[in-house]
Write a protein that binds this ligand. Structure first.
Ligand code: ZN
Ligand code: MN
Length: 146
């Protein structure tokens, strides 16, 4: 996990350089994204902010997450059922492990990823730009509680 404080500063710097206002609401969203505990969806971020910003709408949270995404500061993990999740702690593509029961998503450091990418390039002649690598399974917690 990247240092959330460093990620927060980086995102704020990027916002500032692109002349986006640094409102308290926006900074609060950035703070949650810079940690991205558990890869939250927009609803989760919205829930977290209810106490501090009771008048903030879900649409505002969504717009802000899309803004950070457009600035390359948030990685979007899209799923066919529309339950998109976000990682502003590590915005560059990286593998994930996903629990199909509790929907927990964790980061994965794969030593073989670089070799895999080279193999794909060699095999296909493609210049590989990015990747999407998800492993689906049942986490330890869900295994023990079933
Ligand atoms: Zn689970
Ligand atoms: Mn991640």
């Amino acid at each position: 996990m990247a240092d959330p404080k460093m990620r927060f500063d980086t995102i704020v710097k990027n916002l500032r350089e692109n002349n986006h206002k640094l409102t308290p609401q926006r900074l609060a969203i950035v703070k949650i994204l810079s940690r991205s505990e558990g890869h939250p969806n927009v609803e989760k971020i919205y829930e977290h902010l209810q106490d501090d910003f009771p008048t903030m709408s879900l649409a505002t949270v969504y717009r802000n997450v899309m803004l950070m995404k457009s600035l390359g500061e948030v990685l979007e993990l899209g799923f066919p059922d529309g339950s998109n999740r976000y990682d502003g702690n590590k915005p560059d593509p990286h593998p994930h492990v996903i629990c199909v029961q509790c929907k927990k998503i964790i980061d994965l450091d794969l030593a073989t990823l670089k070799d895999m990418t080279e193999e794909v390039a060699d095999e296909t002649g493609f210049k590989i730009l990015t990747h999407r690598l998800d492993f689906f399974g049942i986490c330890r917690n869900c295994t023990n509680n079933s």
